[in-house]
Design a protein around this ligand. Structure first.
Ligand code: E4P
Length: 218
């Protein structure tokens, strides 16, 4: 399973990237706002640091405008994946970008029907949003499972990029279902390392070690 980091926070990406844990990055307009940085500047910095795909999102609503914006974003670096929304116009833009040999991430996917269209339009990645479905009391993980089944039935090579991840459990469940990629905030990825029994065990080991009065090395 590939790990993308869902942020435009360069320092947070660097910390994970230095551990070899970053296969790519996803950004969106809200994450750019949160970073307080210029989109071109911050995206370039991320693309220079990370080898894998870095998603940068268009903001236009009409296909022609999305195509113009996407081509500008793609000039930032060769590892840009142009992110387009799952609308009819977004699918038109996706087809154009795919035919130009560019990577496309089709985002804001909330149904298996939408995911089928993205695959037909040549998307490199489909981004089903788990957390936002859970927020409205639907099961986001069911969507990942449905898309996996459908893509496997027909051999679509569009990669399932499980997005809007809010917990470690989301990552583990998406991995069990066979999502190709997850994109998660750095805090969620880092919290995968924690377990209360690890903390408890460590506390006991430290206590017992202190009682030995020994030291490792001089
Ligand atoms: C994916 O590419 C999106 O940037 C992201 O996962 C959205 O997550 P959110 O629903 O937590 O905002």
């Amino acid at each position: 399973m590939k790990f993308f980091v869902d942020t435009a926070d360069v320092a947070a990406i660097k910390e994970l990237n230095d551990l070899g844990m970053v296969d790519g990055v996803t950004t969106n307009p809200s994450l750019i706002l949160k970073s307080g940085r210029d989109i071109t500047e911050v995206t370039k910095e991320i693309c220079d640091m990370v080898e894998g795909p870095v998603s940068a999102e268009v903001v236009a609503e009409k296909a022609d405008d999305m195509i113009r914006e996407g081509r500008i974003l793609a000039e930032i670096a060769p590892n840009i994946a142009i992110k387009v929304p799952l609308t009819w116009d977004g699918l038109k833009a996706c087809r154009v970008f795919a035919d130009e040999g560019r990577m496309v991430n089709v985002t804001l996917c909330f149904s298996p029907a939408q995911a089928i269209l993205a695959a037909k339009a040549g998307a490199t990645f489909i981004s089903p949003f788990i957390g936002r479905l859970d927020d409205i009391h639907l099961d986001g993980m069911d969507l990942i499972a449905d898309i996996r089944d459908i893509y496997d039935n027909y051999g679509y090579d569009t990669q399932i990029l499980a997005a809007s991840i809010r917990s470690v459990n989301h990552i583990v469940e998406a991995a069990k279902i066979g999502a190709d990629v997850i994109t998660a905030p750095p805090s969620v990825i880092k919290s995968m390392a924690t377990h209360p029994l690890t903390d408890k065990g460590l506390e006991q080991f430290n206590k017992d070690w202190a009682a030995t009065g020994q030291k490792i090395g001089k």
